[in-house]
Design a protein. Structure first.
Length: 416
């Protein structure tokens, strides 16, 4: 049957089938979040906050694994108890809600916070949500639900004693947790001084939990409609499940962003710094005769450190060939051409280093001009390397410096 035909016959069933087929999407995203976090969790296993994040992601994965229609039917069949998946899935969802609250409290206030309000909040969450899980199983044991319902159990048993109360209990616990967690997250987002990646991650978490409110509203509305004799089951089977999937994806992304974003940003910064030093590295290699040995197994950080070390080691003996007058004239020329002091110093140093390299190449036995203070230069090799990428500016600088007298117009220390 075509998609259009399936939609025309039963839109809710069609969306429900899609939900059953695509529960792997949030599961995969949650597993990806767990995989990204896993190395840090293993390395810093003693950190209870990281362990809590790992446990929370595992719970979220378990919810979506066991809420899939195929898994529901399998659990019912293996246990021999019709609909036993209901309290099991509801218990996982309730545990996830409680874990979210505990994590946000710990994440926001810090694990070192032993204040009375924080301890009271943690005890309240643990006791209330543990009690809810126990109550769910008690209510299911008291209920009479012999007909297996894989997709629409909430609405099918909306008027059945104890099953009705079980549904209301888990939805209420879920809704309360979502409201409190959302409030804590959005209050946190409004605070100053947050890292950009953390702010984006919290925004994604906030959006995910806000969608959970729509999930609860759909469920509550469908169940309440059954109480009044109406049929809005499509909200339960066709609207709530896709909302839950999107919500789970946003929550997973919220946990991924702060860690992976900072990691990728750091890696990008290291690679840019390594590439930025290439012009100065190549210039120093022409003096030294060889460069840093290629190490394909080396980390980007290690390659950057080796390149920086090589450049500084090559600059130290080359400093004897720096012409102080050339530096002064080049600096003044750069200032005349409108460059800011920092940029002018970098351009002047680039010209001075190029001249020193040429002088050493032409007169390898020359004694040079004596020892020079290279402290500032060694700290600013990145700016000098960037200046070497602008041969047009360096050529203009040389041409303008040639028109100046050898005596400096204003006194500027050579390596200020």
């Amino acid at each position: 049957m075509s998609i259009a035909g399936a939609l025309a016959l039963d839109p809710a069933a069609f969306v429900g089938d899609l939900y059953g087929s695509f529960t792997w999407v949030p599961t995969a995203v949650l597993l990806a979040a767990l995989a990204i976090k896993a190395p840090t969790i293993i390395r810093l296993w003693k950190d209870p906050l990281l362990r809590a994040v790992g446990g929370l992601l595992l719970l979220a994965c378990a919810v979506f694994v066991f809420v899939a229609p195929a898994t529901i039917a399998w659990v019912n069949r293996v246990t021999g108890v019709p609909n036993i998946s209901a309290p099991w899935v509801y218990s996982l969802l309730t545990a996830f809600c409680g874990a979210c609250l505990l994590l946000i409290i710990a994440w926001r206030n810090g694990l070192a916070d032993r204040s009375a309000p924080t301890r009271r909040a943690r005890r309240w969450v643990i006791s209330v949500y543990s009690g809810v899980i126990v109550a769910l199983w008690v209510l299911f044991a008291l209920a009479d639900a012999p007909v297996e319902r894989v997709r629409d159990l909430d609405t099918y048993y909306a008027n059945t004693p104890f099953m009705r109360e079980m549904t209301l209990l888990y939805l209420t616990a879920h809704c309360v947790a979502v409201l409190i967690t959302s409030k804590l997250i959005w209050n946190w987002i409004r605070t100053d001084g947050l890292d950009a990646w953390l702010r984006w991650g919290l925004t994604s978490l906030g959006a995910g939990y806000a969608l959970n409110l729509a999930f609860d509203a759909s469920k509550f509305t469908a169940v309440a409609a059954r109480w009044s004799g109406h049929d809005l089951d499509w909200l339960n089977t066709g609207v709530a499940p896709p909302i839950a999937c999107v919500s789970a994806i946003l929550i997973a992304v919220g946990f991924i962003l702060p860690h992976s974003g900072q990691y990728l940003h750091g890696r990008r910064r290291v690679r840019l710094a390594h590439r930025e030093l290439r012009p100065l590295y190549l210039l120093m290699r022409s003096v030294h005769g060889s460069g840093v040995p290629l190490d394909l197994r080396g980390t980007p950080e290690l390659r950057l450190i080796r390149r920086e070390t090589f450049i500084r080691d090559a600059l130290l003996p080359l400093a004897r060939h720096f012409d102080e007058d050339r530096w002064r004239r080049s600096y003044e020329a750069a200032r005349d051409l409108g460059h800011e002091p920092a940029s002018a110093k970098a351009l002047a140093r680039a010209v001075t280093i190029q001249d020193a390299v040429e002088r050493r190449r032409r007169f390898p036995e020359a004694a040079g001009y004596g020892e020079r203070d290279t402290t500032d230069l060694l700290l600013e090799i990145g700016a000098v390397s960037r200046a070497l990428r602008r041969p047009d500016l360096l050529a203009a600088l040389r041409a303008h410096a040639a028109t100046r007298t050898a005596a400096p117009v204003r006194s500027v220390p050579v390596h200020e």
